[in-house]
Write a protein that binds this ligand. Structure first.
Ligand SMILES: Cc1ncc(COP(=O)(O)O)c(C=O)c1O
Length: 403
């Protein structure tokens, strides 16, 4: 079994406080979805019932949300960037014309309001990305005729870089890890008067990421409408935790009466939310260094504080996994049991299903299985947040058995 022949899976429990500002509500998700519906090619992505796999694992149900077909961009991330740019326009931050973007009269922006170099022309949006957010932003910016500059961390897969360039954006691979690249993008924004559209928040930079996170809740709303019964367990993968935070808030609002157990899943090498939960001292804890993992989308060392606020309130279990779990998930989803549908899932997308598979199959994870109460009554929801965004690596893992 993949987990026991390599590094172990580790986990901790934390009692969710249940207390967080209601930023990601069903009503907010309806608003986001109403916008997404106006975009060409919008349709809810499939929520795939893996009935045979559920039966094989001894679960009542296992559903996987397949984001590989989202607007042709292979990942959920485009929901965030597109909704954020739309909200900037709605609030009269005129991104097209030279001049400082200004919130509409009477609108109280959050601190920082996300605008760097506000006194300068701001026709260009800029971001740092592992690939998926930058690709989604480039797609959204091109539709609006905005310039787009995207910085990627060192070691980014050439296919991910090219996918961004193909959308007309300037894509530059830096010499730094993800978090250092985010800071560089911020400095570039200030220097050139570009608008920083970053999918993570920090003190003083909240409005833009809050809109991006609201954009992600379209995915939650689709799921809630596609399921005929609430799930008992939800597994959310996390990089900075913006997506997981938005969905924690959304599901808490949506399933207030029957709150599912939410588990946050990260790679060992970038487990900043796990570390933050473990210390539990009211501060965010970062992970430095290379962040070397095959889960490129999750290779982030600094938590998003708006995300953590929701995760802290609503998630009960934090799991740090080796890469092998993601690889197993890719193989399981790509080679389905019985009559189940096939899902093409990339490294960051597959880790949650890989973890559920490992928990149910690996005797070494029996304690976690029992604590989570993953049994014949459990209705499990996992998100496959991306398709094969690096096809060469996908084949190395799924065909050649890497990891
Ligand atoms: C495919 C995929 N899944 C999950 C995530 C995690 O999102 P977040 O960084 O908001 O935690 C990312 C982030 O880029 C991603 O690309």
């Amino acid at each position: 079994m993949s987990t026991s022949n390599g590094q172990p899976v580790v986990w901790i429990w934390r009692t969710p406080s249940g207390q967080a500002p209601r930023r990601f509500t069903v009503a907010g998700a309806e608003r986001a979805q109403a916008f997404h519906r106006t975009l060409p090619g919008y349709q809810p992505t499939p929520l795939v019932p893996l009935r045979d796999l559920a039966a094989m694992l001894g679960l009542a149900a296992l559903h996987v949300k397949d984001e590989s077909g989202r607007f042709g961009q292979q990942a959920f991330k485009v929901l965030g960037g597109s909704f954020c740019l739309h909200r900037c326009m709605e609030e009269n931050w005129d991104l097209r014309e030279p001049g400082a973007p200004q919130p509409a009269a009477g609108c109280e922006p959050l601190p920082g309001a996300g605008v760097a170099g506000a006194a300068q022309p701001s026709r260009t949006v800029v971001t740092a990305t592992d690939g998926n957010h930058g690709r989604g932003l480039a797609w959204s910016a091109s539709r609006l005729g905005l310039g787009c500059v995207v910085y990627l961390p060192r070691g980014s897969a050439p296919e991910r870089v090219e996918a961004i360039r193909a959308l007309g954006a300037q894509a530059v691979v830096t010499d730094w890890n993800y978090d250092e690249t985010v800071r560089f993008a911020g400095r570039q924004a200030e220097r050139h008067g570009w608008v920083l559209v970053q999918d993570t928040s920090w003190e003083g930079y909240e409005q833009i990421p809050a809109w991006i996170m609201q954009g992600y809740t379209t995915m939650g709303l689709e799921i809630a409408r596609q399921l005929d019964r609430p799930p008992t367990h939800i597994f959310l993968q996390a990089g900075v935790g913006a997506m997981a935070g938005a969905l924690c808030g959304f599901f808490a609002d949506c399933y207030a009466a029957a709150r599912p157990v939410i588990t946050i899943v990260e790679p060992h090498q970038a487990s900043c939310l796990f570390q933050t939960a473990r210390h539990d001292d009211g501060r965010l804890h970062r992970v430095d260094g290379e962040l070397r993992t095959i889960m490129a989308g999750l290779a982030c060392g600094e938590p998003c504080h708006l995300g953590w606020e929701q995760i802290r309130a609503h998630a009960g279990c934090f799991v740090s996994t080796p890469d092998a779990v993601a690889a197993t998930g890719m193989r399981v989803l790509g080679n389905p049991a019985g009559a189940d549908a096939r899902i093409v899932s990339g490294e960051s997308g597959a880790v949650t299903t890989g973890l559920v598979y490992a928990i149910m199959r690996d005797p070494a994870l029996g304690d976690l299985r029992r604590q989570l109460r993953l049994d014949g009554q459990a209705r499990v929801l996992c998100l496959s947040t991306e398709g094969d965004t690096d096809r060469e690596q996908y084949r190395r893992i799924v065909w050649d058995g890497l990891y």
